[in-house]
Design a protein around this ligand. Structure first.
Ligand SMILES: Cc1ncc(COP(=O)(O)O)c(C=O)c1O
Length: 344
């Protein structure tokens, strides 16, 4: 059986040989006692890359975001998020259940909350209103098709939030994709937020883990919340070791994923029955609308799966393709041939 070409997500990436070697050799200790030297090294590296004082290794991006929101807010606070943001859309209402916060969603411009949009969402003090204490941003923006939020927009929106007394959290699951697309260091993007979560287990290829970064005081409080959620891991250096290799060796190659996404988009756009705007492809995702009468995205995904091409439906008539280190240019060319065939 041929190996499937898996374009569902960059979360399907598998660890490199160098990661596996580092994991096998990792020096470990009990990280709840903060005695795991490998975890500490990863946290320090992550903090340095984000230009923050400290980092906290967490098992997933979802937990990193949950811990961040819990740490920034009190029960009954209002949190402003983009309407299609991952925290709001895909994190099982953790914001409500775990933080007891009221999400206030703002439909953005390709994932971006502009200062004007934030301004119109902010309410003044009033006996009827909850305190609004946190703004969450996302870059790159998943449901906006890997869209890159311009740095200027992030700065201006974040400045306004700060002037109004809100803290700012960045869901930077794919911050390195954004950094490469913008041609700036990740720290420049991270500088627009008080706390930043980024993932090691997406395009960077580590098997497990994300890091939450922020001030030392914030991370100390976040550590307690992580423990409450059951995220205090013991000899976690075994997995953190792969994260270190990811940060050292896997960031620059993301450019290749972006080029492959563009190649995929340009060629999908040529296939009758599919609509793609290559101009919207900024990083490693391609949103593709299925416009063939009687063919849903779900059905097309099912037919492609039979031919060993895996892709997720992202709406009734929308497919989302994600490029990553485990699909080569040749794999994408083969996938395109199969898609053409299935669309006839
Ligand atoms: C933007 C964004 N934030 C957070 C997450 C959550 O990460 P995890 O799957 O590690 O919980 C994802 C996962 O796809 C994501 O795309």
């Amino acid at each position: 059986m041929e190996r499937p070409i898996d374009l569902r997500s960059d979360t399907v990436t598998t660890p490199t040989e160098a990661m596996r070697r580092a994991m096998a050799a990792a020096e470990v200790g009990d990280d709840v006692y903060q005695e795991d030297p490998t975890v500490r090294r990863l946290e320090a590296m992550a903090a340095e890359k984000m230009g923050k004082e400290a980092g906290l290794f967490v098992p997933s991006g979802t937990m990193g975001n949950a811990v961040a929101v819990m740490t920034h807010t009190r029960r009954g606070d209002e949190v402003i998020l983009e309407a299609e943001s991952h925290i709001y859309y895909y994190e099982v209402a953790g914001i409500a259940v775990l933080s007891g916060a009221l999400p206030r969603t703002v439909p953005g411009v390709r994932g971006a909350i502009t200062p004007e949009l934030l301004e119109s969402a902010l309410r003044g003090p009033n006996i009827h209103y909850p305190p609004t204490t946190l703004l969450c941003m996302e870059n790159t923006h998943n449901r906006a098709g890997g869209a890159v939020i311009p740095l200027e927009t992030m700065r201006a929106t974040s400045d306004l939030a700060h002037r109004r007394g809100l803290a700012v959290h960045l869901d930077g699951a794919r911050i390195f994709n954004a950094a490469i697309a913008l041609g700036v260091p990740a720290a420049a993007i991270a500088a627009t937020a008080d706390s930043v979560m980024f993932c090691l287990s997406k395009g960077l290829g580590a098997p497990v883990g994300s890091v939450l970064t922020g001030t030392r005081a914030f991370i100390e409080r976040a550590r307690k919340n992580r423990k409450m959620l059951g995220g205090g891991m013991r000899q976690a250096g075994v997995i953190a070791a792969a994260g270190i290799v990811a940060l050292e060796t896997m960031v620059d190659r993301l450019q290749e994923d972006h080029e492959n996404a563009r190649y995929l988009a340009e060629n999908l756009a040529e296939i009758p029955g599919l609509v793609v705007d290559p101009a919207t492809v900024q990083t490693n995702m391609v949103m593709c609308d299925v416009v063939k009468p009687g063919l849903s995205a779900e059905e097309l995904s099912r037919r492609l799966r039979e031919r060993q091409v895996l892709v997720n439906a992202n709406g009734p008539s929308r497919l989302r393709f994600v490029t990553h280190k485990d699909v080569s240019r040749a794999d994408i060319a083969r996938a395109l041939e199969i898609i053409k065939d299935v669309m006839v």
